[in-house]
Design a protein around this ligand. Sequence first.
Ligand code: CA
Length: 649
Amino acid sequence: MYKLNFNWIDKQYYYDGDDLGVTILEDKTVFKTWAPMATCVYINLYLDGTGDNRIESLPMEKLDKGLWYIELLRNCDGEFYTYTFEYNHKRLEETIDIYAKACGVNGERGAVVDFRTTDPKDWDKTKKPECSNACDAVIYECHIRDISIDKTSGVDPKYRGKFLALCRPYTRCGGVGTCLEHLKELGITHVQLLPVEDYATVDEAHPEKMQYNWGYDPKNYNCLEGSYSTDPTDPKCRIREFKQLVMELHRNGIGVIMDVVYNHTYYTEKSAFERSFPYYYHRHKNGKFTNGSGCGNETASERLMMRKYIIDSLKFWVKEYKIDGFRFDLMALHDIETVNLIRDELDKLDPQLLMYGEGWTGGESPMQADKLAYKWNSYQFGRVGLFNDNIRDSVKGGTFNPYDKGFVSGNRNAVYTLKRGIVGSVPHHELHDAKEACWAFEPTQAINYCEAHDNNTLWDKLCISAKNDTEQTRIKMDKLSAAIVILSQGVPFLQLGQDFLRTKPRILKEGEEPNDVNIFEENSYNSPDYTNAVHWDRKDKYYEVFRYYKALIALRKSSTLFRLSMKWEVEQKLSFWRKNDDMFIIFSLFDQNESFVVAFNPYFEDRHFDLPQGIWQLCCDENGRAYDRDISGNVRCPGISCVVYKRKQ
Ligand code: CA
């Protein structure tokens, strides 16, 4: 179209106001947008979110700093709008406002919404749960549809797969609690929702069609996804229902983390960004969109108005919806300066807000690698967490080879990397190997996990890589994995259903012969409910496993020694017993008040060890049980299990 000098544009036209989008002022409505190179901008007003019902199209007025403005002398609450941008007297396709905070069905038009009318009853009375140290968090990753869509959720059919399903009390499957009841029972502190911002590929107008997506196909970054509401045609419905969800979780002491996908746009050329100000919001090389996301493009967080866009959007979610934290998809596509600025801005709103992301990209970015929030640059943004793929792979084996084994399935090579994970990936004087796995600035930076929405579930991975073992043995491996993730320093992260051996069965294509691997889905981003839905009868079937996860979480919460937030504390209060490469790992956690001994035994055979002097009690056996009995001397750690002893006061 034309050559743009982005630095010059940023210098000349950067706008720092907080009024982009729509502002309702009693009896008038103000629309403001930013497009410094546009030659004309029109606003198109509509009666509805879709269809042929345009009220009028009006030219907007150009102001300083590349702003365009129009004031309508009425309260437009309930109306819909779009913009048409004109460059060099050529009109671009009509588009939704990138700053729209509400929209009609399928996010085609912005909706003017007076947010004061969207608060559920008692919204102002409900407080956010406290989380002063990120290591106090136990994060549980959930997809809104997966958690309740199956009939075993016990949720009323009209709420299944919707925000409101998580607001229903006392839902059960046979004898066990499901959905909200389950979250409360398990004891997690935060739910991380897969994207609930408006995404592209589920047709909201046709809920009767079988459609599914994780939601990493972003369309409107400040609007909610309509398919999770009971009425996607009413812009206020999804807002009110999502607020209800947040309020219900807060009432039960559970924080809400949003998974945000600012790193790319689903539609590239046809995105609202390109139809508002072509070229500005995406990165390019040699006139082509670059593909650092692996989804066809990447956004340009280093450009000041894109950076501001992300920050304004996050602040909006916190202020309007009382969100407790953010998980950044492909965070390494954002530049380090932006990531640190986001942390600063979130701190101003609430320093307890959690912030973490993926320290990798989905493809090659044209940006200099030392400018981006890659995991290997972690020290430059030490207040922001990163997914710990080192502990993940050392626990269960690499994710790219389904047959690869990890510590719990007997891989001796995993020991050194695993120990780095146990200390929260910070430096520790007893550890000298696997330096690549020592990357965290503080333990609060390490998000420890061995299962997330990507790749095979932990259970499926064990079914493939330990297929010659019995189910009972694999269950022990699963439980030992959980013990490692939950009892390591850092922030534990689990996927919905991991605590009852979640599986993702795959539907074979016609003529395809089943084998070890293809019967499980490792990338279920658009798979049917058959694959993705959580089947709550598994919680009943594997209740012993669930109870073990619950016991581990309770143990973690019982002492700050499992949740040390500073590396000097880990250095002083955690000590390994064995400095050799024996796979039987034992370490002590101690301060002036308390003392624990934790043992991880990946061998099939029982192992024995001598407790330090004094009287001890078994506070977590291989089934998560605690005992009052006083013990000293030589004790047993059963094969493929974890035991935890606590010194008697
Ligand atoms: Ca949508």
